[in-house]
Design a protein around this ligand. Structure first.
Ligand SMILES: [Zn+2]
Length: 164
C-alpha cells in the first residue's frame, strides 16, 4: 500500500491551483484549514450538527467525499463520519506534527487538508473521520447535481465583480 506517485489509475482528475488562486475562491477560514492544514474551533463550523440527507463535497474542488449515511454524532463538535464515500477520493497519510501520531485526511484531487481519521469510531468500520466543517460543502439530497464545474461554487462564494 505504499503509494509512490504512480498509483492513480482510478483516482479523480487532479486539480492544481496556486495558493493565490485558492485564496481568491475560498473563505479565509476554508483557506486556512484546507491549504494550511488548520483546524477550526469545535462547534464553530456550519456542518457538525447537520442531520439532513446528502453528500459532503470538497469545498475546494467539489469532489464528493462523504455521505450523510456515514455521518454520526461523535460529540466532538466536528463533522464525523465512519467511512468515506469513495475510497479513491480521500487520501490518508501519517501526520507527526504536534508530537502526535495521527492520520491526516486529504482530498485526492486537490490535496485539500480535510481533517484526521482516528481508530475509535463506531462499527462496522471502527473509524472516525474527524473533518473540518469549512473544508466541506454540503449538498442536500434531491438537489440537482448537473455541473461538476468548480467555477460554479466559486461564483456562489464571493463577490467576483472586481476585475473583469
Ligand atoms: Zn478537493
Amino acid at each position: 500500500m505504499t503509494s509512490e506517485g504512480s498509483s492513480r489509475d482510478e483516482g479523480p482528475p487532479r486539480v492544481d491551483r496556486s495558493a493565490e488562486e485558492w485564496k481568491a475562491c475560498l473563505s479565509p477560514e476554508a483557506f486556512q484549514v484546507t491549504r494550511k492544514s488548520g483546524t477550526e474551533r469545535p462547534f464553530s463550523g456550519p456542518l457538525w450538527d447537520e442531520k439532513r440527507e446528502g453528500t459532503y463535497h470538497c469545498v475546494c474542488c467539489g469532489l464528493p467525499l462523504f455521505s450523510s449515511r456515514d455521518k454520526y454524532d461523535s460529540g466532538t463538535g466536528w463533522p464525523s463520519f465512519s467511512d468515506v464515500l469513495e475510497r479513491t477520493h480521500v487520501n490518508e497519510r501519517e501526520d507527526r506534527s504536534l508530537f502526535m501520531r495521527r492520520t491526516e485526511v486529504t482530498c485526492t484531487a486537490c490535496e485539500a487538508h480535510l481533517g484526521h481519521v482516528f481508530p475509535d469510531g463506531p462499527p462496522p468500520t471502527g473509524f472516525r473521520y474527524c473533518i473540518n466543517s469549512v473544508a466541506l460543502e454540503f449538498h442536500p439530497a434531491g438537489e440537482e447535481e448537473g455541473s461538476e464545474n468548480p467555477t460554479a461554487s466559486r461564483e456562489r462564494r464571493g463577490p467576483d465583480e472586481s476585475s473583469a
